[in-house]
Design a protein. Structure first.
Length: 176
């Protein structure tokens, strides 16, 4: 029995040593979002602040811009919406002004409302499973992983929950 215990302890020590020797880069690897394909057509949408002067009266100077790209879909054709928001600063009081980003259904997501609507209609109205939509999107020119489609469906459902609650309350308030 003591020999079995010693053998087990030695095996555990070996495993611990192997874990200590494992490079840390493999443990800290995070998946990254794929860049949108370069060959897709781009639609540029500029967002600039409405006022070009600061509250102190000085004119604002453009110092740069933030660019975000979102994937849009019209049946059969993928496009990229490129949102450009200029950064404007006052030279005297050092205040930064920038137009707000338009509201999105999925925060920091790449899907536009049109693409999400297409996925929802195909899933729930046309009864087209996500694995088939994955193949259709790949054939149309941009492969979207099934796991990503599923995550978008879930996020859309969370956003629609207040509407579902209101409909439920309205339906249950009637006798028939």
């Amino acid at each position: 029995m003591a020999e079995a215990l010693d053998c087990d302890l030695a095996a555990i020590e070996e495993e611990l040593e192997q874990l200590r020797e494992r490079p840390k880069s493999a443990a800290t690897h995070r998946p990254r979002r794929e860049a949108l394909l370069v060959h897709l057509p781009r639609v540029v949408v500029n967002h600039e602040p409405e006022v070009k002067s600061c509250s102190c009266g000085c004119a604002l100077t453009r110092i740069g811009e933030d660019i975000s790209e979102r994937l849009a879909y019209e049946p059969g054709v993928f496009t990229v919406e490129r949102h450009i928001r200029g950064k404007w600063v006052c030279a005297q009081c050092q205040t930064l002004t920038q137009a707000p980003l338009p509201a999105q259904i999925i925060d920091k997501g790449i899907a536009t409302a049109g693409l999400l609507a297409q996925i929802m209609v195909a899933t729930f109205s046309d009864h087209l499973p996500l694995y088939r939509q994955e193949v259709l999107f790949a054939r149309a020119g941009y492969a979207i992983a099934r796991s990503t489609l599923g995550a978008w469906v879930g996020a859309w459902g969370v956003q629609l929950q207040p509407l579902v609650d209101a409909l439920k309350q309205g339906m249950l308030s009637h006798e028939v």
